[in-house]
Structures are given as C-alpha cells and as structure tokens.
Ligand binder design. Sequence first.
Ligand SMILES: *[C@@H]1O[C@H](CO)[C@@H](O)[C@H](O)[C@H]1NC(C)=O
Ligand SMILES: *[C@@H]1O[C@H](CO)[C@@H](O)[C@H](O)[C@H]1NC(C)=O
Ligand SMILES: *[C@@H]1O[C@H](CO)[C@@H](O)[C@H](O)[C@H]1NC(C)=O
Ligand SMILES: *[C@@H]1O[C@H](CO)[C@@H](O)[C@H](O)[C@H]1NC(C)=O
Ligand SMILES: *[C@@H]1O[C@H](CO)[C@@H](O)[C@H](O)[C@H]1NC(C)=O
Ligand SMILES: *[C@@H]1O[C@H](CO)[C@@H](O)[C@H](O)[C@H]1NC(C)=O
Ligand SMILES: *[C@@H]1O[C@H](CO)[C@@H](O)[C@H](O)[C@H]1NC(C)=O
Length: 569
Amino acid sequence: MTYSFTSVALLCCAALTVAVPARRASSAYAPVGAPCPAQQLVRQADGVSSAESDWVANRYGKTSEALATWLQNIDSGFEISSGHWRDWHGKRQWSDHGSHGQAPIIGLTSSGGGYRAQLSGAGVVKAFDGREANTTKVSGLYQALTYHAGLSGGSWLLSSIVGNNYPTISFLQTTLWETALQESLLVPAILVSEAARPIYGQVVDQIQAKVADGYQSSIVDPWGRLLSYGLLLGTAGGVQDTMSGISALPNFTSFNGPYPIITALGSDLNIDGTCIPQVNATQYEFHPYEFGSWDQGVDAFVVTEYLGTRFSGGVPVGNCITHYDQLGYVLGTSSNVFAAVCSAIPANMTAAATAVSLAENLAYLANPGAQGISEDQIFGLWPNPFQGYGPSSHVAAQKTLDLVDGGVGVGFQGNPIWPFLHRDQVDVLIVNENSADTVGNYPNGSEIYNTYLAAKAAGLSRMPEIPTADVFVAHGLNKKPTFFGCNSADTLTIIDIPNVNYTFNSGEPTAKIQYFKNETEAMISNGVLIGNYGGKEDWPLCLACGIMKKSGGSLPSGCEACFAEYCYN
Ligand SMILES: *[C@@H]1O[C@H](CO)[C@@H](O)[C@H](O)[C@H]1NC(C)=O
Ligand SMILES: *[C@@H]1O[C@H](CO)[C@@H](O)[C@H](O)[C@H]1NC(C)=O
Ligand SMILES: *[C@@H]1O[C@H](CO)[C@@H](O)[C@H](O)[C@H]1NC(C)=O
Ligand SMILES: *[C@@H]1O[C@H](CO)[C@@H](O)[C@H](O)[C@H]1NC(C)=O
Ligand SMILES: *[C@@H]1O[C@H](CO)[C@@H](O)[C@H](O)[C@H]1NC(C)=O
Ligand SMILES: *[C@@H]1O[C@H](CO)[C@@H](O)[C@H](O)[C@H]1NC(C)=O
Ligand SMILES: *[C@@H]1O[C@H](CO)[C@@H](O)[C@H](O)[C@H]1NC(C)=O
C-alpha cells in the first residue's frame, strides 16, 4: 500500500488523542542571536565569493588526482601527464577553458521527484563512488566532482550525504534510509503511533520554541523536521545541523567531497499577487558560504550563517541571527510543494482520518493548537537579507522572501542546472534527471529544455542547445545518456543521465511517501545501473571521453566512436 501527499489512506482505525507536551525552556531548533561580525555580510552577485573560490581551488588538488586515477583505470590513452594537468584555472577566462590540458572541473546535479529522486539519485552517486564495496569502471568519478547540486528530492539526497560528513550511500541506506522510509513519519498513523511519540513530541517542541522566540512558523517547519529524521543522523533529527555548519565538517574542511548547492524558487505572491512561480521566477541557491540569487532583481548574496538577520540596505539592523539556516528548513524549502495550493490550509491531525491530506497534518504541526495556517505560512519564510538593498530592486521592499520548491511552477525546471550557468570555471555538468514528466513518472527531456529556454531568455551563454521533448522522445534520448555541447567550445558539456527502469520500476510516483526496505534497496540498485548505463560495455570509456572532450589533451582513439554515439551536438 502506498500513501500520497494529497490523500492519505490509513490502515489503523483507533482514534488517538495526541498529547502535546509542554514546551521545554529552550530548543536547539530556534534561531540564536549573536553579535554581528565586522565583515560585510551582503554583496552584489559579481562572481563567486572568495571563500568558495578558495575552497574550490583546494578541492582541485584532490579532484585532479582522482580524475587522473579514474581515467588511467579506463584507458591509458587519456593525456593526464601534461605539465598543466594540476594548474588551477579558476581565475582564467572561460573562453580559455580546456585549451591547455588542465583537469576539467565537474559538477553533478540531482533532480527533484520526492523519494524516487532521492533513491534513484543515490544509486547514481553509489555507482560513481570509489569507496563502495562493489566497483565498476565508472567507480571513482564521484571523487573527481567539485560540485553537487540538489533540488527538492535531490536536496534530500545531497543533505543526507553532506550533512552527515559524506558517508557512502551503502552506509546511509542501511543505517538510516531503509527504516526511515518504511516507517515513514509522513504517514499520520505512524507519526502518532506509540513508537514515534517521542519524535512527535520533539517536533512540536522544536517548532513551538521557534515561534516563542518571535519567528513565524510555516508548513516548511514540520515538513523539514519530519524529513530530517530520515536524512540526518544528528540527535533529534539533526536539529543542530545548519547549512553554514557544513563548512566546519571534517570532510568539508579536508576538501574530501563536492561543494553542495541547494536551490529554491521565489514566489511573488506578496510582490504582484502571483503565487505560482512563473518562467522568469527568481532562482535562489543555498550553500555553506552564501545564500542568494544571480538573477536580475535580486543580484546579491548574503553570508549563509547570518540568514535570519534583519538587514536594511545590506547592513544588519540590530543584532545578528544565526541558526536560521537549519539544514532541514533548507531542504524543506527546496521541496516545498505545498505552496502550490496558494491558500490558507486547515489543520487536521488525526490518525483515524481516511481523507486528510499531508498538508493538513503539517498545518496542524506548524501551528499547534491553532485552526490551521494562513496563506503566508505556505512558504519557506526567510527574513529578506536584501531588504532596501539597491541592486535587489525586485525584492527590496519585501520583509520576507517567500520560497518554494525549486522545480515547481510555470516552465518546470526539475534539475538545479542554473547555478552552473553562473560559474564559469565549471567545464562539465552531469545532469541526473529523475523528474516525472510522463504518465509513468519518467523524464522526457522537457525540464532540461525549459532550462535551456530560460537561460536563453536570461542571456546565459554557458547552457548548450537542448532539443525539445518531442525530439528527445523521438530519438530515445529519454532512455539513454546523451552529451550536449560536445562541439561548442564556449558552453558547458552536459552529460544527461535519465532515470530508466533497468531492474526495477523506478518510475515511482513523486507522491509516494513510504517505501518498503526491499523497494529502497531495489530503487538504489537500479540507480547504480542508471549511473553505469545498464552495464553497457562502452559506457565507462565514453563517459570519460565526454568529460575530456574539450580539455585540450590527446584522447584515446576509441573516443571518436563514443562521440558519434553519445554527442547530440
Ligand atoms: C555486489 O554485487 C553483487 C552482484 O551484483 C551482489 O550480489 C552483492 O550483493 C553486491 N554487494 C554489495 C555489498 O553491494
Ligand atoms: C570522509 O572522507 C574520508 C576520506 O575520503 C572517507 O573515508 C569517509 O568515508 C568520509 N565520510 C565520513 C562520514 O567519514
Ligand atoms: C517576470 O516577468 C514579468 C513580466 O515581464 C514581470 O512583471 C515580473 O516582475 C518578472 N518576475 C521576476 C521575478 O523578475
Ligand atoms: C479531520 O478529518 C476527519 C476525517 O476527515 C474529520 O472527521 C474531522 O472532523 C476533521 N477535523 C477537523 C478539526 O476538521
Ligand atoms: C513531456 O512531458 C511534459 C510534462 O509532463 C508534457 O507536457 C509533454 O507533452 C511531454 N512531451 C512528450 C514529447 O512526451
Ligand atoms: C521497464 O519498462 C518497460 C516499458 O514500460 C517494460 O516493458 C519493462 O518490463 C520494464 N522493466 C522493468 C524491469 O520494470
Ligand atoms: C517487498 O516486500 C513486501 C512485503 O514485505 C512485498 O509485499 C513486496 O512485493 C516486496 N516488493 C518488492 C519490490 O520486492
């Protein structure tokens, strides 16, 4: 039996009265006041921060080595001995990219699509991770990634990896996910069961503590909290974990894994009355060092650690706030599909209900004891760091930024590609597409095409040309990996890897909120095959050829056949 976001069918019929525990004096979920640092906290979006570019330069020392090892294991014909292989090229003009035989900079994106996307995307990471027990020729590529971006379900995957200090997928699967997804807290009968009562009490307590300190709660608070118990290993659902806190984790400070980026969209309900994000909606990004948007109308970043602080014209008003960037609240914001109702949501939290929606359960938890949530509370609510800031003309009058799922709205873009159209130093982007475009919940190319259209409209030239979904389907590109931008020196090379059902029906509905352990296992195993193109013999070499195509060094002779087979343009 499966449960859905909108209509939750319940097995149990016993009417349960849920005791709301008394609020403890303090809770680690509430934001914390702190003196403001001397450094400037808000800046215009004129390039990546020096913190990020320094980190990436250090990471390059690891990725260039890992990439060399991976390539050599595939074919000795890849030229990695050039004196330039380890030359950091972040400060070069991107028009020079690859012309001197440097190791390319590679990013991975994990799309949205609920638990389907988390698990399928996890399989792809597992396929690429050289630490796993079972290796293939594609194993070791994860160690060569500089960036990993996640959106919605992809942000759940990314947060679970990075927030737990970069363990393997096998570890997360057996230690955390299999049980969490089988005993899903999103199912009301489970949430209010005797076994889960301590968690239920903690969540209520955590949210009440935030409200008691004067912050407005939203549906994203209980949503992010309940998800986090299945994603973060820290005590009380990773309540101490913040996006900025990642920058202090040992594997981050040792440059041992990719730099994480989570995306979300702005809603303009309180700007011009448009609730659903339009094609030109502002794309925001959260990462350990900064939060903000490159888009015209915002064009600014703030230091992530100080999110929650009130600003005027880029300067803090009064004391600073920290811990607002709670990691569960970030991943809940990135996956906030509830805003699509565009109205207040009544509260109902009863395990016996047969037709109560998940949104109604969450509305109950967001405002314990109240009648539901107001229209304002359907968003991820972020005190606007760009209030009164000159370059941020579109949002400067707003007290709060209203954020929703990164892949919803008009012109759906299910993959977090946007951040890489603004990071010139990235050469190759592996796009793992687990969106549900078809009736069977598989991708058909339309989301990446929408990003291409939006990039064109915004004048972003790093996006390679992408064909329409009709062409994708007609050429079967929705069922196999494809390279875009092989022949255009000035764009990213995009390596699109779609969800395909090799050994399991991986087109599970986005709304499926409960997976048996064997389903979690089967989804991840199928995902491993997605990353390894079903075990197709030429794939490891061809993947390597695609990554190295524009790097300027000599290539094995086998690459020509690969380009003929995998390069769309
Ligand atoms: C390794 O792969 C084999 C064959 O696919 C499988 O039977 C085994 O369970 C895998 N082991 C692990 C640790 O994943
Ligand atoms: C941290 O990085 C090391 C070295 O890559 C790795 O062995 C370990 O699995 C990583 N993760 C954790 C949680 O320690
Ligand atoms: C999107 O375009 C419309 C029409 O030009 C404009 O009114 C709106 O402000 C734009 N939205 C953003 C977020 O820039
Ligand atoms: C909650 O839903 C149940 C089942 O639909 C219904 O019987 C009950 O009256 C609802 N409670 C509230 C407060 O709306
Ligand atoms: C692809 O999916 C989108 C979104 O569901 C749909 O509107 C479109 O008709 C589909 N196109 C093809 C060719 O399947
Ligand atoms: C995958 O999907 C195809 C087409 O719908 C179907 O024929 C095949 O049986 C499926 N395979 C698996 C393993 O689910
Ligand atoms: C998973 O196990 C359940 C029973 O625990 C069974 O009903 C179901 O068919 C199994 N699913 C798969 C995909 O093996």
